[in-house]
Design a protein around this ligand. Structure first.
Ligand code: ZN
Length: 149
């Protein structure tokens, strides 16, 4: 477990320092705002669609290292995917950070995102890790505000 924790720390710190796709998209097709009042994280997620494919995705906002790193990795994970694939990832991610999916034992598409299973040890951080995913999901569903419930 400590190896996973080291990797988790390393990846979070790196993405926090150098977040990917940290910008707005002026002609975004969809966007949504997400807030996690427990921690003070606030993000806006922008999505550009090409047919059924997420051709570009980006975020802006402020928050803790975990929320920012998770948003950064979310954008990397869903760019170039279809809406349906992005929804599958959202569901798997959500189930993993709430302890319903054992990402090492069960089939999933999470790949690098598996490091966020580390938040299970820190329940207060679950919403930080899942905020960007809820916000993406809201944007894809045509809602402009995300619910983290
Ligand atoms: Zn946070």
């Amino acid at each position: 477990m400590s190896e996973l924790n080291d990797l988790y720390q390393e990846v979070i710190l790196e993405h926090n320092k150098n977040p990917r796709n940290f910008r707005d998209i002026g002609d975004a097709d969809k966007m949504a705002d997400g807030k996690n009042p427990l921690c003070g994280d606030a993000l806006r997620v922008y999505v550009k669609m090409e047919g059924d494919m997420v051709s570009d995705v980006a975020f802006k906002g402020s928050g803790c290292a975990i929320s920012k790193a998770s948003a950064s990795m979310m954008t990397q994970a869903v760019k170039g995917r279809t809406r349906e694939e992005a929804e599958v990832l959202f569901n798997e991610f959500h189930r993993m950070v709430t302890g319903e999916l054992d990402a090492d034992a069960e089939d999933n598409h999470l790949g690098k995102l598996k490091i966020f299973s580390g938040v299970l040890e820190f329940p207060a951080r679950v919403k930080c890790a899942s905020l960007s995913w809820h916000t993406l999901n809201a944007a894809l569903s045509g809602k402009d505000v995300a619910s983290t419930e």
